[in-house]
Design a protein around this ligand. Structure first.
Ligand code: ADP
Ligand code: TRP
Length: 319
């Protein structure tokens, strides 16, 4: 089964990325074939410093490998090493109604707020469509924020197939109910752009500080609390066993458990989840050429697949 997902190297990896996208990929990588990439073309819609983007792309590669991605099972690559993706984007743009892109939240939200958007941001979902269709991906693990983009990809694939013959696999999103929208420490969606993240590879002190800053209401220790309206519990469930989660929910409901203590317990479990990943990252850092070798191999493999698809698309469209 061909699995594909991408992540923008536009900041530090956080728990939302881990539970929303990375963990589902890891769970499918055996026996699946994961094509995972660093979406640095996409990151250009917000990044303006070349040196910073290059460094963040390298760091994000290291982060994903430290999380347990096994590149030899599929391909792990930088999007920009496959320039054919931009050609496919252009070809697909000719079967893409304007309205489809105008309806996308990422673009519409800016328009509503009167913030000027560039064409990169407008065409962003189309480049994503090219990423997915170019390797004939069957399953795309993502967080809920990407759902609409997956619908665009499916619409365009169907429209193309209708016009030119059954060329593209219709991709299916994989959005896990339990981690579709991991909240940040302010209760909104955890996101690199909102400054509300718990970083996976932050040091132990910064992780603790972020957890201690989780926003709560002002209920006293004694008062009963609703676990379902509580960011601490939402995060706790991701790192705890079912039994631990049940026990914590009961303690909240019964009263007598304060937010401070719950945060400490959450911190312990987050640390236990992150610690082995940090260790792996340190080991990977010992071989400075490793990342480049992995990305070069990944690019070669992905480029072969993308070129195969592109040749068929060009042929079908009369080029
Ligand atoms: P960010 O919003 O922090 O910039 P990205 O847009 O690069 O993150 O997302 C990379 C992947 O992680 C996507 O599949 C996205 O859906 C997923 N993801 C990001 N934030 C969350 C979250 N808070 N909950 C669940 N999944 C998330
Ligand atoms: N837009 C995605 C994000 O910000 C990253 C991405 C780019 C992606 N291309 C993709 C995700 C293709 C899944 C499939 O999270």
């Amino acid at each position: 089964m061909r699995i594909l997902s991408g992540i923008q190297p536009s900041g530090k990896l956080h728990l939302g990325n881990y539970f929303g996208m990375i963990k589902p990929v890891l769970e499918l990588q055996d026996p699946g074939e994961p094509f995972i990439f660093l979406a640095n073309y996409h990151a250009l819609t917000s990044a303006q410093d070349g040196a910073v983007l290059r460094q963040m792309t390298h760091d994000m590669a290291l982060d994903l490998l430290a999380c347990g991605l096994e590149p030899e099972r599929g391909a792990f690559y930088r999007q920009s090493d496959i320039p054919e993706l931009t050609e496919l984007t252009w070809l697909l743009s000719n079967v893409t109604p304007m309205g489809l892109l105008e309806r996308c939240h990422s673009f519409k939200d800016k328009m509503v707020k009167g913030i000027p958007a560039n064409h990169g941001l407008f065409a962003y979902p189309l480049l994503m469509t090219a990423d997915i269709l170019a390797v004939q991906a069957e399953v795309v693990p993502v967080g809920r924020d990407q759902k609409q983009h997956l619908e665009v990809a499916r619409d365009i694939a169907m429209k193309f197939n209708h016009l030119y013959g059954e060329l593209f696999t219709i991709p299916k999103p994989l959005i896990r109910d339990d981690a579709a929208l991991v909240p940040g420490i302010d209760g909104q969606k955890m996101s690199k752009s909102y400054n509300n993240t718990i970083e996976i590879f932050g040091d132990s002190t910064s992780v603790r500080k972020a957890i201690m800053r989780i926003v709560t209401d002002s209920k006293t220790v004694e008062e009963p609390k609703d676990p379902d309206e509580n960011t601490i519990f939402a995060l706790y469930q991701l790192v705890a066993t079912d039994d631990q989660s049940k026990a914590m929910a009961e303690r909240f409901r019964a009263g007598g458990t304060g937010y401070g203590d719950a945060k400490k317990e959450l911190h312990e479990l987050v640390e236990a989840t992150i610690k082995p990943l940090r260790k792996k990252r340190q080991e990977l850092c010992k071989d400075p050429g490793y990342i480049q070798r992995v990305l070069d191999e990944g690019a070669e493999k992905a480029r072969e697949e993308v070129s195969k698809t592109l040749r068929r698309v060009r042929q079908a469209m009369g080029l």
